[in-house]
Write a protein that binds this ligand. Structure first.
Ligand SMILES: [Zn+2]
Length: 318
């Protein structure tokens, strides 16, 4: 009987370990409430790319989760009262800044989170002005900047370094661990940068049509051009004159691919593609993750390599 019990308990433990380890790499958008008493550094990152960077630097010395839930688009998203409540016990709140988290200033200024450090991941990165700043009041109210630095792997490296510095300051006992993890992840970002350079080096075209204006830093880095359907945020409500302008550019440049995104309604991209005789592919702005991708354990790097593949098709690269 005792032996049987041991086998059963052993089995349960093995199954539990398996489930825990199988989930370790899956996107987390909930705080780890079961381990509130453990001494891991509690970290929340505002949305997908920062969550990915924090998870890779923090490794098993931290509990990291994404403030933005699965399937949500971060522009103009606001947290619920429950999500604010869940921040209790969090030591680091990592955010992008440059207007990406419209909700953040009121929490930073409220004095409600005195035990939490707000870490601005874009610190030290030369920011571009938002292209549509002049005619978009909401963007102007947030400082008129373009927040999409994470789509440039070199600026992503700077965000990783900022996150590492904050973790080292909050948890000096594990400083060397965070340093090693950051270096390993930065090496992967450098490899991505090289792969993009090589992948886009022999292309027939130099212009692509993105769904929203999320690729300025990226296009500047690699010397290509993008035309966007929607502005700084992916809206489906685009003025007819803008649509006409994009159709004209697409025809002039003989564009054969119109990009949609992973978290938006594809109908507008489909209509445009029909109009110019192009196909629709996905170019992810890396702003979030959907349920299927979460279940498949898709990472920032996986999604960038998928983007590179689709960009190579759009730009007709060899
Ligand atoms: Zn965006």
């Amino acid at each position: 009987m005792n032996k049987l019990k041991t086998i059963i308990i052993g089995g349960i433990i093995i199954v539990t370990i398996f489930i825990v380890s199988a989930n370790a790499n899956l996107f987390q958008s909930q705080p780890n409430t079961q381990n509130l008493s453990d001494n891991k550094l509690k970290v929340v990152a505002s949305f997908f790319p920062l969550y990915e960077f924090a998870r890779n630097v923090g490794g098993n010395k931290t509990d990291v989760y994404s403030f933005l839930p699965i399937g949500e688009e971060p522009h103009e998203w606001e947290p619920s009262i429950q999500q604010i409540e869940d921040l209790k016990g969090t030591k680091l709140f990592i955010y992008n800044g440059a207007g990406m988290e419209a909700y953040i200033s009121k929490y930073m200024e409220s004095g409600e989170f005195q035990n939490m450090t707000f870490v601005k991941a874009t610190d030290g990165i030369p920011l571009l002005k938002a292209d549509s700043a002049e005619d978009d009041k909401e963007i102007l109210a947030q400082g008129g900047l373009d927040p999409h630095v994470w789509n440039d792997p070199i600026f992503a490296e700077q965000e990783v370094t900022n996150i590492k510095n904050a973790m080292q300051k909050a948890d000096p006992a594990n400083a060397a661990y965070y340093e090693n993890n950051a270096n390993a992840y930065i090496a992967k970002l450098s490899e991505l940068d090289n792969d993009i350079k090589t992948g886009l080096s022999h292309c027939k075209k130099d212009t692509f049509v993105s769904f929203h204006n999320a690729f300025n830093y990226f296009s500047n880095r690699y010397g290509i051009h993008d035309v966007w359907i929607s502005g700084m945020a992916p809206e489906v409500d685009v003025p007819p004159q803008d649509i006409q302008r994009i159709i004209q550019i697409a025809k002039d440049k003989d564009v054969k691919v119109i990009f949609s995104e992973d978290l938006v309604d594809p109908r507008l991209a489909n209509t445009l593609a029909d109009e110019v005789g192009a196909q629709v592919l996905i170019l992810s702005p890396l702003e979030g993750i959907n349920q299927t991708e979460q279940q498949e354990g898709k990472t920032y790097l996986d999604k960038w390599y998928q983007n590179l593949h689709n960009l190579r098709t759009a730009l007709e690269c060899q």
